[in-house]
Design a protein around this ligand. Structure first.
Ligand code: ADP
Length: 551
């Protein structure tokens, strides 16, 4: 099944097989309209107020938007950019744009102005839909390079000036609430998403209709995100990056209520929204939940309805997992990447571990999890030999599947990361006998000390277990004797203190001696990428000479 050899097409030899119906986003949309019309979408507006409507209302507005897009001259294959927070309008774009055959380019709003220009141009966007609150960010980009040939549309309640831009609500109001959807090939592009440039230039990944439907089905299974119609789901993970982990398709498909937090992502606003709307499942990167955890502890709160947090994007610190457990919230650790649509694994207990002691279960749940059914994988050592399933031996992870990309948008040269029908993730992992994947590190983040590799993720998790530490990023810094040595960049919890030697001594009680960071540098905040990951490239640059004088 996983072969890359030419396929045998026997479809004509046995008549009377199944209908050949393309898997397009329209399936999700029309099922949502037929079966879940009365369930709700709740969305936070820029002014903090709450907007709410049913999926039936959503459907009517998607049709109006589709009519408006056609009137704006958008044709099949064109790219249309969004530049917005998680809102109902963004959701409407997620459906209307691909369902008319165009491609929605979900622009990362946290890119620098130069990068915004670069992605608009690289994508060849014909129209750009901008949240009113983000018009200044777009204006900064346009000041660098004006984009006269593009149509701008401003979304939202506040009045802002963007010369020549149209108003989203006026556009929709002028259109009928029905649309004659075209029949599309399931392999047509639907969504274009750029990786956030933690590694070099942003690279564009085009999700197809087919990959989007299959990803929603696979990621949503009971042993995946396990969302049901009765759930109320709040994605904090942005719709402008990695497809918000597929949630904009999965949730309307199963008919759960969808809660979109808009621009208000501070812990108090998130807690308030979770409580007010009775959110049962929320999703986001660890940074978001570290801040929420601190706020819960400060106010000694427990959630009324929240039962599960899906956390991924970077590794879940065990201390965060434990603190959330204490407050009755189960963490589901998930791993994936833009190139995989993005979900690859989710961490749930297998039957074999159901009766195991809590420490064993906890260790499994802290791993990145088990693969979803549509991801084939191999983990290879330096000689290209598969590593044993011992949970210890690490190797490079390669993946293959119908929701894994086979190339990057507008990159023509053959890249070594695509080989033999597989994609190299750039992650170094172990796999255990129960099929739990554990990410040791990103290849480029491993610290090479003497002949040994040190996992920055492991060390970070250890350091974040110290009660005074809020966050820790570990990087390798050039060392005259050992090639590289780890240093830790640490931000402390509010009102807490610890000094460098005592923190090093505390770490020394938990890791082997040669893994203790040579230096601990205290900072107010660790620099982050646009999607909340540690910006290690900047840290490496900032501290590159720190160990120069070391012997
Ligand atoms: P980028 O960070 O380059 O923008 P992605 O957002 O697609 O791109 O990130 C994918 C990468 O994030 C993975 O290859 C992996 O290194 C890291 N990652 C994702 N989830 C996890 C996780 N649960 N634990 C550790 N690392 C993770």
């Amino acid at each position: 099944m996983q072969s890359t050899r030419p396929r045998l097409d026997l479809s004509a030899t046995i008549p009377g097989t199944m209908m050949d119906v393309p898997l397009t986003i329209r399936w999700i949309f029309e099922h949502n309209q037929r079966s879940h019309a009365s369930r709700e979408v709740v969305s936070r507006e820029d002014d903090g107020s709450i907007f709410r409507y049913t999926y039936a209302d959503f459907g009517a507005r998607v049709a109006r938007l589709a009519n408006a897009l056609v009137e704006l001259g958008i044709r099949p294959g064109d790219r249309v950019a969004s530049f917005g927070w998680n809102t109902h309008r963004h959701l409407e774009l997620y459906y209307a744009v691909p369902m008319i055959g165009a491609v929605l380019h979900t622009t990362n709003i946290r890119l620098f102005p130069e990068q915004v220009c670069w992605v608009f141009e690289h994508a060849g966007d014909k129209a750009i839909f901008v949240d009113a609150s983000l018009v200044p960010a777009v204006a900064r980009a346009l000041a660098i390079r004006p984009a006269s040939s593009r149509q701008f549309v401003v979304m939202g309640t506040s009045q802002v000036e963007l010369p020549g831009a149209l108003d989203y609500e006026e556009l929709l109001a002028a259109q009928p609430a029905e649309f004659d959807w075209p029949d599309l090939d399931e392999r047509s592009g639907a969504i274009l998403c750029y990786t956030s440039a933690t590694t070099g230039d942003p690279k564009g990944v085009v999700f197809t209709h087919r990959s989007t439907v299959l990803h929603a089905l696979a990621a949503g299974m009971a042993d995946g995100l396990g969302v049901t119609q009765g759930d109320v789901v709040m994605p904090v993970v942005p719709m402008f990056h990695v497809n918000a982990w597929g949630v904009p398709f999965l949730i309307p498909m199963v008919g759960a209520n969808l809660v979109l937090p808009g621009a208000k992502l501070d812990p108090s606003s998130l807690i308030e929204l979770i409580e007010r709307e009775g959110v049962t499942i929320s999703l986001g990167v660890p940074t978001v939940w570290l801040a929420v955890r601190d706020e819960l502890e400060r106010r000694d709160l427990r959630f009324r309805t929240l039962k599960r947090l899906v956390i991924g994007g970077s590794a879940v610190p065990p201390s965060l997992f434990d603190d959330l457990e204490k407050r009755g919230v189960r963490t589901m650790h998930a791993w994936g990447m833009t190139e995989m649509s993005p979900i690859g694994t989710a961490s749930l207990l297998t039957a074999q571990l159901a009766g195991a002691p809590w420490e064993v279960q906890r260790a499994a749940l802290l791993k990145q999890g088990r693969f979803t059914p549509l991801v084939a994988w191999k983990i290879l050592d330096d000689n290209g030999v598969p590593v044993p399933r011992d949970g210890k031996t690490a190797g490079a992870l390669w993946v293959r599947g119908p929701a894994v990309t086979r190339s990057y948008f507008r990159v023509d040269e053959a890249l070594p990361v695509f080989n033999d029908g597989y994609f190299m993730t750039g992650d170094v992992c172990t796999i255990d006998e129960f099929g739990y994947l554990q990410l040791v590190d990103r290849t480029k983040d491993l610290v090479k000390s003497g002949g040994e590799w040190i996992s920055s993720v492991d060390l970070e998790n250890t350091i974040m277990g110290h009660p005074a530490v809020r966050e820790a990023a570990v990087i390798g810094v050039a060392h005259p004797k050992w090639v590289e040595r780890p240093i830790a960049v640490v931000a402390l919890r509010e009102g807490q203190s610890v000094d460098e030697p005592s923190l090093q001594a505390w770490i020394g009680e938990r890791v082997v001696k040669w893994q203790i960071p040579d230096r601990v540098v205290f900072v107010d905040a660790i620099p982050r990428t646009g999607v909340g990951k540690f910006l290690k490239r900047e840290l490496r640059d900032r501290y590159k000479d720190l160990l120069d004088a070391a012997k």
